[in-house]
Design a binder for this molecule. Structure first.
Ligand SMILES: [Zn+2]
Ligand SMILES: [Zn+2]
Length: 266
C-alpha cells in the first residue's frame, strides 16, 4: 500500500511558489487491487494526469464539500474517459447526489455532470467491503461537518482526518478513534498562531496534534491541510518543533509535515 500526497494545502492553492506545498487536499492510497483518492482538491488534477491505464477501480472519497476539497474534480481527466471505473463515496449518498450536479452547474463549468463520458456511481462507504477493504467514517469537528475515515486493508490502517479541530474537550475521544493506526493524516493548519483568535475555525494547532499522537498508538503522523500562505522557513520550524518534542518524550513516533509529491509505503 502506498500513500501519495498530491495536495496538502487547506483553503486555496499556495501563493508562495517557493514552498513545497502547492495544491489543495488530495491524497491517494494505492494497492495492487485499487486506487482510493481522498478528496478532489486541486491536487487531483496532477493525479489524473499520472494515471497510467484504467486497470484498477478508482474510489473518490469525499470528506465534505468546501471548495478546497472539490475544486479539482471537473479537471480530473479520467472523468472524460469511459474506460475508467470510478465510484464516488460519501456516507450520505442523497447529499452527494445533490452536490455533484451543483459542482458541474453551467454557472461554474461548461460540462454538466449528466453529460460526462464517464458516469461514476455513488455509494456509501460499505460499498468498499466487496473489494477487500473497509472504510469506516466518523464525524470530525468542523463548521458544517466533515467526515474522517479509517481505511483498513491487509491488517494495515490509514486514517484520513482533514479539517478537524482538536480541543481539550474532544482530545480523549479522538485519541481512542485514532488509536492503533499505521498512518494518521491529520489537519494541522496552525502552529504558533493565537488560539483565542481561531477558536472556531475547525482546524488544529500543531502542539495539540502532537500531544494526541504521542499519547495514542500511532506509528506515523503526517501533518496535512496546512495554511497555504506559509513559507519554507515556517515549515522547517514546524519540523524542528516536531523533532524536539518527540525526542523530549523519548517516543518512537515518526512524524513530518507532508508536502506535494511526498509518499509513504506501508
Ligand atoms: Zn479544507
Ligand atoms: Zn472545510
Amino acid at each position: 500500500m502506498k500513500c501519495t500526497f498530491y495536495g496538502v494545502c487547506g483553503s486555496y492553492p499556495s501563493i508562495n511558489s517557493l514552498a513545497s506545498i502547492k495544491h489543495t487536499a488530495c491524497v491517494s492510497v494505492e494497492t495492487d487491487d485499487f486506487l482510493l483518492i481522498f478528496d478532489a482538491g486541486s491536487g487531483i488534477i496532477n493525479l489524473g494526469r499520472s494515471l497510467p491505464n484504467p486497470n484498477k477501480p478508482i474510489f473518490i472519497v469525499f470528506s465534505h464539500f468546501h471548495y478546497d476539497h472539490i475544486i479539482g474534480l471537473p479537471y480530473f481527466s479520467p472523468l472524460y474517459n469511459a474506460q475508467y471505473n470510478i465510484s464516488f463515496i460519501y456516507p450520505n449518498t442523497d447529499r452527494l447526489k445533490t452536490v455533484l450536479p451543483k459542482i458541474f452547474d453551467s454557472d461554474f463549468f461548461p460540462v454538466s455532470f449528466s453529460d460526462l463520458p464517464n458516469s461514476p456511481s455513488v455509494h456509501d462507504p460499505s460499498f468498499c467491503n466487496q473489494f477487500g477493504f473497509s472504510l469506516t467514517p466518523y464525524n470530525l469537528n468542523h463548521p458544517g461537518g466533515c467526515f474522517g475515515y479509517r481505511l483498513s486493508v491487509n491488517n494495515k490502517s490509514v486514517i484520513y482526518a482533514t479539517d478537524n479541530q482538536l480541543t481539550p474537550d474532544n482530545q480523549a475521544s479522538f485519541s481512542s478513534l485514532f488509536n492503533d493506526c499505521n498512518l494518521l493524516i491529520h489537519d494541522c493548519y496552525f502552529f504558533e498562531e493565537s488560539q483565542a483568535e481561531h477558536k472556531s475555525w475547525g482546524h488544529t494547532f500543531l502542539p495539540d496534534l502532537l500531544s494526541l499522537a504521542l499519547t495514542s498508538k500511532i506509528q506515523r503522523l503526517c501533518l496535512f491541510h496546512l495554511k497555504p500562505d506559509i513559507d519554507q522557513d515556517y515549515i522547517d520550524a514546524m519540523n524542528t518543533y516536531i523533532d524536539s518534542t518527540i525526542q523530549n518524550n523519548q517516543s518512537s513516533l515518526l512524524a513530518t509535515v507532508s508536502f506535494d509529491g511526498f509518499s509513504v509505503d506501508l
